[in-house]
Design a binder for this molecule. Structure first.
Ligand code: GAL
Length: 672
């Protein structure tokens, strides 16, 4: 039955990325009549697509009853797509266990924080701690990989689908409880060591053994933060081991094919770096308009960016997942039109699907795959656009993809994203820490990090993300908006690296045990800069305090620290309360901000910080954003007026021109 393989679609284990953008689409052959497949595949290729992802929700079609496998349709689908010239990404189907399996083993199901079982009828209805589910997930993965591991049309694998979607990392099942106890025993060795770390002498919380410990849900008041952070760490480790088990099976039976997982926008429920260690390419799912609606911006800004999205949130995640994938990042699902799942689901401005695609490429993404090929006329996502309408007519997204496919031809091969001079530190444990001990509603770590990123992006400077484990060589500046739990080895490496560093409030405020450091915050950061934080306060948004920075007074709200220091004071609180106390301090290498600058203040602070670290920046770009990939320069216009791109007089434009209309994209090269 195999037709001859074309050069383009035959699996070649030696193939590395060429630096060219490739396009793809998510396709569900099991949702459409067989007669449509050939035409769909042909139209995908005609559109310029090279990749197609299938299978990630297909379990009940593959194994409709226990042990009865129905592979023929999938064999044929892969054959049809492959023979048309497409490279298949096959998803393991574990995000949607079938009903018969759940009926047989109800303890597969996760339990929510109220103790209620999350039932069958949608997806992601499993508990990461269910040992039975791990056996079943390995069984179906192995069956699938044995069948398709060497299939010439299968070029890559995706494990599961969106770990964390629908709030599914944390389960409060009996098995999670037992798993947690074992995890605690392994972490602490003795129960007294755990008692010490958790501070159980407080409120009579002492435990006599690990088997007396419960999960931190349904308590009368909040648990000790160490209990909670340990539970978050445990849950994160469960995701890593669940994913790793699948990766090991794939590596055994499908050698050389890259493995990816599709992560989500702004999810910090588990440590993405540690899951990233086990895969070859990080991918993520890009839904900027839902991201805007759920995101950090004011209602006024949300209205302004309603159809284009937050100008920095998507770029932030491209840069983050480039780090999670250790340089290799894909977009597995790109929004092609309105979606169905946010509080409001507006249509993108015409041209945004194209803009988002080029934005991804500019930030180092090598493959952009759209979700989904054809809008489904049935089930949960009927309102979710595809590239095609339910009747197979082309929709707006299709036209924009066609435009990208044409524009791709104008670009040279081999342009790769280079290392940036600025690194932003995102530390997942620190996120667990502020979630466990928020100390005020105004402190939202994800929004603060995005604000910092945005302030740098508005000055036209490229950014990389790092974790505490990352290699720091080559960075001139490290920005750490919320490093609550620094480890001593990171601090030592930062010190040795020569990079300058700016730390945000709460940095160094907790030990790994979630205690206040013995000699007060900032714990080990005191090795870089001499100060102590003797008090913190969180402030409601209806109260602001002036901070004098340079000659300008800026209002701040949300967070304020009382700092004692021998270092230079760069800004002071000037309100009635404790007037003149330091707000920003610094020495030659390290600076610390004891509050939450936003807007103009943050912009000024970042501009000064870049200058201090000797990094070239531009005047505020407003609604324009820039990025570089090798010799290619990109500009994106998120505003509602035309803007001039900051290209030199001799720049050579490959796409667009010097004057950029709203929703416009320009790509150019500069003479060396
Ligand atoms: C993603 C998910 C897809 C689809 C999509 C709709 O979160 O991975 O399967 O549901 O959202 O926007």
């Amino acid at each position: 039955m195999h037709k001859p393989l074309t050069r383009q679609n035959r699996f070649d284990a030696g193939r590395q990325t060429t630096g060219m953008l490739e396009l793809g689409v998510c396709y569900y052959p099991e949702q459409w009549p067989r007669e449509k497949w050939d035409e769909d595949a042909r139209r995908m290729v005609d559109l310029g697509l090279a990749w197609v992802r299938i299978g990630e929700f297909a379990w009940s079609h593959i194994e409709p009853q226990s042990g009865t496998f129905q592979w023929e349709w999938m064999d044929e689908a892969i054959e049809v797509l492959g023979c048309a010239g497409l490279k298949v990404i096959l998803g393991t189907p574990t995000a949607a266990p079938p009903k018969w399996l759940v009926d047989r083993y109800p303890d597969i199901l996760a339990v929510d924080a109220r103790g209620v079982v999350r039932k069958f009828g949608a997806r992601r209805h499993y508990c990461f701690s269910s040992r039975r589910y791990r056996v079943e997930a390995a069984r179906i993965t192995e069956a699938m990989v044995r069948r398709y591991g060497e299939n010439p049309f299968v070029h890559a694998w995706q494990t599961d689908n969106e770990y964390g979607d629908h709030d599914t990392i944390h389960s409060y099942s009996d098995e999670a409880k037992h798993g947690f106890r074992e995890w605690l025993a392994a972490r602490y060795g003795t129960i007294e060591e755990m008692n010490r770390a958790w501070g159980t002498q407080f409120w009579s919380m002492h435990y006599n053994g690990f088997d007396a410990v419960d999960l931190p849900n349904n308590l009368v008041e909040e648990p000790t933060p160490t209990h909670l952070v340990d539970y978050f760490r445990f849950s994160s480790d469960q995701v890593k081991s669940f994913n790793k088990a699948q990766v090991d099976i794939i590596r055994r039976h499908s050698p050389g094919r890259p493995v990816t997982h599709n992560f989500m926008n702004q999810n910090t429920d588990f440590d993405h770096y540690t899951v990233g260690e086990d895969i070859d390419i990080a991918s993520w799912d890009v839904y900027p308009l839902g991201g805007l609606i759920n995101g950090r911006l004011s209602a006024e800004d949300k209205a302004r960016y309603l159809r284009v999205g937050d100008p920095d949130q998507t770029a932030f995640n491209h840069d983050l997942y480039r780090a999670v994938g250790r340089g290799r990042v894909w977009v597995m699902e790109q929004q092609p039109g309105p979606v169905n799942w946010a509080a409001h689901n507006q249509s993108p401005a015409d041209g945004m699907v194209r803009l988002w695609t080029w934005l991804a490429y500019a930030h180092g993404v090598d493959m952009v795959s759209y979700f989904r090929w054809r809008q489904a006329p049935f089930a949960q996502e009927q309102f979710h656009a595809g590239l095609l309408l339910p009747n197979s007519e082309v929709d707006q997204g299709y036209l924009e993809v066609a435009q990208v496919a044409e524009e791709m031809m104008c670009l040279p091969e081999g342009e790769m994203r280079e290392k940036a001079e600025v690194a932003i530190l995102l530390d997942y444990e620190s996120r667990f820490a502020t979630r466990a001990l928020p100390q005020g509603q105004g402190y939202i770590a994800s929004a603060i990090a995005l604000d910092w990123y945005s302030a740098v992006a508005r000055l036209g400077v490229d950014v990389d993300f790092i974790g505490q484990h990352s290699d720091l060589s080559g960075y001139r500046l490290v920005l750490a908006p919320d490093l609550v739990i620094p480890d001593a080895s990171f601090v030592a490496r930062l010190k040795a690296s020569g990079a300058k560093a700016l730390f945000g409030p709460r940095s160094g405020s907790k030990t790994r045990d979630m205690h206040i450091p013995a000699d007060l915050p900032p714990g080990p950061l005191a090795d870089l800069i001499d100060f102590r934080v003797t008090r913190v306060e969180s402030l409601p948004e209806y109260h602001s305090e002036p901070v004098l920075y340079g000659n300008t007074s800026h209002p701040v709200t949300g967070w304020r620290e009382l700092i004692r220091t021998s270092e230079t004071v760069l800004a002071t609180f000037e309100g009635e309360h404790r007037q003149g106390m330091p707000a920003i301090i610094g020495n030659e290498r390290t600076r610390y901000v004891g509050t939450l600058p936003r807007g103009e203040f943050l912009s000024k602070l970042m501009g000064d910080t870049l200058g201090w670290a000797d990094i070239k920046s531009l005047p505020d770009l407003g609604d324009l954003r820039l990025a570089r990939r090798g010799n290619l320069h990109f500009a994106f216009n998120y505003g509602n007026a035309s803007a001039l791109v900051p290209a030199s007089a001799t720049a050579e434009f490959l796409v667009g021109g010097r004057e950029l209309a709203p929703v416009g994209v320009a790509i150019w090269t500069e003479k060396p």
